[in-house]
Design a protein. Sequence first.
Length: 448
Amino acid sequence: SQIDTLSSEQVTNITRQTNYGTWRIQKTWKPMHVVDAEGCYFIDGAGKRYLDFSAQLMCVNLGHKNPKVVESIAQQARELPYMAPGYATTSRALLSQKLLEVLPPGLEKFFFATSGTEANEAAFKIARMVTGKTKIISRYRSYHGSTTSSISSTGDPRRWAMEPSGKGIGHIFAPETNCYKCPIKHTYPECGVACADYIEHMIANETDVAAIIVEPVVGTNGVLVPPPEYMPKLKAICEKYGVLFIADEVMTGWGRTGKWFCVDHWGVEPDILVTAKGITSAYVPLGLCATSKKIADFFEDNYFAHGHTYEAHPMTLGPAVATIEEMQRLNLVERAASLAPYVEEKLKALKAKHKSIGDVRGLGLFWGVELVKNRETKEPFNTMRDKVEGKPLVVDQIAAKMMGMGVAQQAWISHFVIAPPLIVTKEEIDFGINALDESLAIADALVE
Ligand code: PLP
C-alpha cells in the first residue's frame, strides 16, 4: 500500500503547495488527507471516521468501494483498458443497452464524455448544429460546469471571475424557479408559474435561440424543486418555438431524487439529457449526452463535429454497467424515494426548532436547508459576493463544527445540500441530522 509512505502533514502540504485548490482563494485551502472510504464513511489520516452526508459532490450514490463496481474496474483493466472512440467495444454496447432501459423514453443516441461539463459542451454544440442557431437560455441559480460554454451558462458566481475575458457567445439568463424566494416576486400557485411565462417572453423576443438548459431540481444552488406544472409547461413552450430542451441531470440523475431521472417525476421527455456523477457512482469519470431520435436522424446526413481521445473510454463504460446493475440489485431508486418522508419529517422538526432555518425542501435523498437571518425578510447570512470575496461564511462555520463531530456536509453560500449515498440507513440519517441540529446554534445566535 502507498498509504504509509508519507505522513498526513506531508500529503496535505505537498498537495497544498503544488496543486490548485479549486473555486477558492488559494491561501484558504488546507486539504484533509483521506486514507480510506467505505459505504457511507471516509477516514482521515488520523483514523477519524466521517459520515459522507453529501456523498462527496452529491455523486457517490452507491457509497464508497462497492465491491462489484471495484471489481468491474479491475476486470475492464485486465480485458481492454483503452480503444479509440472509432471502435466498438462490448462494454460500450452493454452500457448503451442498459441506458435504453433506464433513461426517460425517447433518448436513443449517446455521446460519452468524461465529465458533466464536457457532456454539456457536447449538448450545446449538438443543439447549435441541429438548429443552426446560437443562443442558449439558462437560469441564474444554476451550475452547468467549468469549461467555456458550461461556465458561460452557469448563473451562479463561479462564472463571475472569468466573465470579463472569457464568456462564450449567446448565453442568456432567465430567472430561476424558487417558490421560497421568487426572483420575480410572485406567489405560487396564484402566479400560474409566471417564471415559465417569462421564459416564453424571452424566446418570443429573441431570435436565434437554440436551446434551454435547466437542472430539473437545481442542485448546488439550493435544491430548488419546481412546482409540478413548471417542467411540462417549459417543455411545451420549447416545442411551440422549436427550441431544444436540455435537462442537466448531472446531479439529479441516478436515483438521487427517488426516480431514475428527475424529469421522470413529471413525465417530461427532454430532447437532450446530460448526466455524469452517479452514472459510475463517481468511481471513474464518465459523462453522458443522450439525444432524441430526431437529433440522431439529423446527424445521419450531417457531420457530427465533436469528439475526444477519452470519449467512450472503456475504463469508464464497464464500471457504469456494474453501477447500474448494483443500483437495480439493491433497489436504490425505490430506496431513495421511500426514505424521503423520513428525511422530510426530521428536517421539518429541525426547522420548527431553529429560527435560523428559513426553508427545507427536497425530493428523494436530495434536500436543501436554507438559513436566514430573519424569517420575515428571508435575508440570508451571506451573499454570493461574500463567497467570491472569500469572506468567512456562517454555513462554513457550521459545516466545520459538523466535521468535528464526524459528519461531512456540503455548504453553499447560505444553505446546505443533504445528499447521502443512496445506501444510507435511518440511523445514519439521524446521526447526520443530529450533527446539524447541534451545530445550528452558531446561526441561531446571529438571527436578528
Ligand atoms: N451540471 C450540474 C447540475 C452539476 O451539478 C455539475 C457539477 O457539480 C456539473 C454540471 C459539472 O459536472 P463536472 O463537475 O463533472 O464537470
